[in-house]
Design a protein around this ligand. Structure first.
Ligand code: SAH
Length: 226
């Protein structure tokens, strides 16, 4: 219905005003990135008309792109600076990575489902967001060769913050992650302070599970491993 550029842009500006500004997102750089990145390009084409609604959407393989407010909120809580190098675990559609790429110098993002990673890579390339590196694999191990990171964002839910990710944070850097079982989690933010960490609970959220060595085990893997 509104498959032209102007209407998508209008819908996006409305999304930012109603879903973000009116709910207390105040970081102007985050709001600008959310106005700029064409969210519809990161969802399947038959869902383009729904891309600016106040809801997560399916992206295939049982995975979802998060609700715009959650993307903005998590991003704002990282306080990114233009020179930062950021790690994301759980690329999914690539939308969160696109937002991060507007706010930081370099984004590293890891996705375990190869086809999602491939799709995200293509869209990011088409949009000219060339400061995002995507890797296929178990992101619960992090990306040791590129560490330390100035910020880490985990967009799938783990039983606890994966220890390798804490190890890969720069001193004083934040990590944000949903912690808990499938369906219901607490969003936590942790700061690394020397060899200690400082953790705060932010808000309840619902993310898909982080499946991996330092996440939840894949269904059926218990049998395979005995
Ligand atoms: N940030 C995404 C949404 C994340 S959905 C976006 O903006 O669209 C969570 C993603 O995490 C899914 O694509 C899922 O396949 C992926 N995932 C789950 N476990 C993972 C792991 N161990 N390593 C990397 N990615 C993982």
């Amino acid at each position: 219905m509104f498959h032209d550029k102007t209407n998508f842009e209008e819908a996006r500006h409305r999304m930012v005003e109603r879903q973000l500004v009116q709910r207390g997102i105040t970081d102007e750089r985050v709001l600008q990135a959310m106005r700029e990145v064409p969210r519809h390009r990161f969802v399947p084409e038959d869902l383009w008309d729904m891309a600016y609604r106040d809801t997560p959407l399916p992206i295939g393989h049982g995975q979802t792109i998060s609700q715009p407010y959650i993307v903005a909120y998590m991003t704002q809580m990282l306080h990114l600076k233009p020179e930062d190098r950021v790690l994301e675990v759980g690329t999914g559609s690539g939308y969160q990575a696109a937002i991060l790429s507007r706010l930081a110098k370099q984004v590293y993002t890891i996705e375990r489902v190869e086809e999602l990673a491939r799709r995200a890579k293509r869209i990011l390339q088409e949009l000219g967001y060339d400061n995002v590196l995507i890797r296929v694999g178990d992101g619960s191990h992090g990306w040791p060769e590129a560490a330390p990171f100035d910020a880490i964002i985990v967009t799938a839910a783990a039983p606890e913050v994966p220890p390798p990710l804490i190890a890969q944070l720069a001193d004083g850097a934040p990590l944000i992650a949903p912690i808990g079982p499938a369906g219901y989690q607490d969003l936590v933010r942790l700061y690394k302070r020397g060899d200690r960490t400082e953790t705060e609970y932010l808000t309840p959220v619902a993310f898909v599970p982080l499946v991996g060595e330092h996440g939840w085990r894949e269904r059926g893997s218990e049998e395979e491993e005995t």
